[in-house]
Design a protein around this ligand. Structure first.
Ligand code: PLP
Ligand code: ZN
Length: 417
């Protein structure tokens, strides 16, 4: 049974059938999935959800597929970690990390959107899936396509981290590196999608794909005991995740699954690619495209598709936007690892550094609940830390040499960078 009525234009409200469409033919506004919330309200309760297996499909009534999922059955329900050590360092009382660095199967939140997109592509009878990616989406499309036996094409900027390239090639997908930045890759892919008729998960089936991110928000609410946090900090690339987390909170409230909606949503970017936070800080609705230059490559989208809507979420929720330097990103990656034992990618460094900054600015009060969104794994962006975290001491396998090391310093530390 499906609870999806069809698609609806976010701007003019025109309704469309459930098809592989993404822009309104009248006003060129983006299309969004339109649910029958009355029907969902009658059939979905906290109790029903709680009894289902721990993955994102426990909220399937609020995800846009008609049948059973075709791939990614184990995606989601990642840990919400109470960060006691980090609380002490930041001087706050209630801090959580939603940790999609351990999402299944490719260690980023992109497995959520891809699970929905590929399931939908199969329902639409596409034979080939594809994407334009800043790295993590490439990993996820390649892995999930392999897992369900579909052919896939992945388009990436030529200068991505090695691990992200290797973590795509290994699945036997067709990888095409483009001599250009993500925005140029994306433009080319729009042309290819039109000409070749493939299911580009984040282009022609984007309305369905984007809905997968909502599970990140539903899980936070359920894991907090059917409550929403007072503050949430979210990294932004195209700006889709932040809008869908906000949507997930509003839906849970509308369905009575949480009692109150009083969350401020904060967007985080790297200063070297901050078109959305710049617009928020300047108080303008206009998102001015930029040429990205940052180590946070997964967030390096200079012309964000959902920039306008993500800025709106920050305004509507009384949140804010902030950005941080590459230096601050690295410091925050180290801080997270050293305090909580979580190795997040550069995007995680962006989010934590922004959270820290907002707390220091007094924008996020110290005595209210805060969730920091960790969306990707540090093992995939190791280049960012080369020369920044020291090196092991190397000695021969002789006790005398170890004794000497200890005697010399009283204690053995790693060699500092
Ligand atoms: C893609 C990505 C994001 C941002 O996603 P958008 O929905 O495009 O804003 C955040 N973190 C990581 C690790 C990503 O790969
Ligand atoms: Zn329209």
């Amino acid at each position: 049974m499906s609870y999806v009525k069809g698609l609806k234009c976010r701007e003019c409200g025109k309704e469309y059938p459930k098809e592989a469409l993404h822009v309104c033919e009248y006003c060129f506004g983006p299309l969004e999935v339109n649910y029958d919330y009355e029907k969902i309200k009658k059939s979905l309760t906290r109790d029903i959800i709680s009894k289902r297996p721990p993955n994102m499909w426990r909220y399937k009534e609020l995800l846009p597929i008609d049948g059973e999922p075709k791939v990614g059955l184990d995606v989601g329900f990642t840990p919400l970690v109470r960060a006691k050590n980090l609380e002490k360092v930041l001087g706050v009382q209630e801090l959580y990390l939603k940790n999609d660095a351990v999402n299944y199967p490719t260690l980023s939140f992109k497995d959520r959107v891809v699970a929905v997109a590929i399931s939908k592509a199969i329902e639409f009878d596409f034979k080939i899936v594809a994407c334009a990616s800043t790295g993590n989406l490439a990993n996820s499309v390649a892995a999930n396509a392999a897992a369900c036996g579909m052919e896939s094409y992945v388009f990436i900027p030529h200068d991505l981290e090695q691990t992200k390239v290797m973590g795509t090639l290994v699945y036997g997908t067709n990888v095409i590196a483009i001599k250009g930045n993500y925005d140029e890759v994306n433009r080319l892919c729009s042309e290819i999608a039109g000409k070749y008729g493939w299911a580009f998960v984040n282009i022609n089936i984007r309305p369905y794909y984007a809905e997968g991110s909502k599970a990140f928000g539903y899980e936070i609410a359920e894991q907090l005991g059917w409550k929403l946090p007072k503050h949430i900090v979210v990294p932004m690339a195209g700006g889709s995740l932040i809008t869908k987390i906000w949507k997930s909170f509003k839906e849970f409230h509308k369905l009575g699954l949480v009692d109150s909606l009083n969350t401020k949503v904060y967007g985080a970017q790297a200063t070297g690619c901050s078109p959305i936070t710049t617009a928020v800080k300047e108080g303008t609705e206009l998102i001015k495209p930029v040429k990205p230059k940052t180590i946070a490559k997964s967030l390096a989208i200079g012309n964000p598709a959902d920039g306008f809507y993500s800025a709106k979420v920050m305004r509507e929720s009384n949140g804010w936007g902030e950005d941080v330097s590459d230096e601050e990103i690295i410091d925050a990656m180290k801080l997270l690892a050293e305090t909580e034992g979580i190795f997040a990618e550069t995007a995680g460094g962006v989010t934590l550094a922004v959270a820290k900054k907002l707390i220091e600015q007094g924008r996020i009060p110290k005595d209210e609940s805060i969730v920091v969104s960790i969306t990707g794994n540090g093992l995939k962006t190791q280049e960012a830390l080369v020369g920044r975290i020291g090196a092991p001491r190397t000695i021969n396998a002789r006790l005398a040499e170890f004794d000497e090391l200890v005697a010399k310093e009283g204690k053995v530390y790693a060699v500092k960078a």
